[in-house]
Design a protein around this ligand. Sequence first.
Ligand code: GLY
Ligand code: MN
Ligand code: MN
Length: 436
Amino acid sequence: MMERPVHHHRRKSLIERIRNRGGGIAIIPTSNEAIRNGDVPFSFRPDSNFHYLTNFNEPEAVLVIVVGESSQCTLFCRDKNIEQEIWEGFRFGPAAAREKFLLDAAYSITEFESRLGEMMPGQPAVWYPTGRDPVWDARVSSALSAVRAQARNGQHAPGTIQDVTAELSAMRLIKDDVEIATMRQAARISAAAHARAMRVCRPGLNECEVEAELLHEFRRMGCDAPAYPSIVAGGENTCVLHYAANDKTLRDGDLLLIDAGGEFQAYASDITRTFPVNGKFSGPQVEVYTIVLEAQHAAIASIEPGADFMTPHLAATRVLAQGMLDLGLLNGSLDGVLESGSYKQFYMHRTSHWLGRDVHDVGAYKVGNDWRLLEAGMVLTVEPGFYIRPAEHVDEKYWNIGVRIEDDVAVTVTGSDVLSKDAPKQIVEIEALMRG
Ligand code: GLY
Ligand code: MN
Ligand code: MN
């Protein structure tokens, strides 16, 4: 099967950007393999920028793009090795990789330094993701030093090192149609995983048993892995924002907060749902949940091209703060609460972040001093929350109620599109699903 040309187009876009800034040689490595313990490796995940430009999944690979009058894209990757392939499985090798991934050239990774030494002289700049990986920093610096050492032979070493990350982040912030379709599928699978968790949940189960149901659905439907460690938090743990233990027994009468999303074809989903362990929201749980749902609705309704990044946060915070006043958790006026920030004792995080290949995806949030304006193709989460820890000034009926509702929202030319809309979130929907 021929590779989709979308990666080829992305390389061309990067070439144009670099050319507009004076040209040079771009060096974009994939991730390094990492040891988990003993001789056991972590599961390999390609670098998001490298994979965005190549779709190449193997470790020990680097893309080099020379941008001049003409341009050339070269992949360095592992050699074919039948002996190793018996143990570890298929690897492309340079010749097959060049053809499959529509590259101009491909060589063995063992030739990286020597060929870089031939490609660098005369280039005005090295475009490289600086300061991200000490191993690659050292390899690129040493190649640069080797070229500088040839100055007496008339070679010109690149004069500057430019951070290529800013260019790639700007590109990745606006998702193309292929990316939106992939993210929609990641969100669909993750929504099904949340629905599965609701169906199996009952008092007496351990949080880890519910986590296993999520993982089952992710993998069964083709996700590589969870996009980040799943948060499966019952009772008082609903108020722990990045709860990670997932090892407590779920109790009758408590809420369960699940923040979990699958990674599908290297794109993340990030969904949170909160529901009663026993399938029926109590009165105080309904009160808090309804406020968060309304806050999320207001935030999503505010998303459209031209609104700025903080618009949904301000919309959500206003509804949450009014809710805190209505429940008697805060005193004063709405404007006073918003101005003093007293609502932060119950809502202490932002409503949104960019979403893409990385769960907290790349892309500048501000342009100069101003929050970035939303544009079609951006994808952001909308995740208001309301977390009530035990405290003297808080009515006991609300203690340990933590609610977050998080969806993945694409900005469209006319407004927004909730990619994760299949995950149940209306109270009647959740209760009906859990009864069934
Ligand atoms: N799951 C991480 C977050 O919601 O930002
Ligand atoms: Mn999130
Ligand atoms: Mn999340």
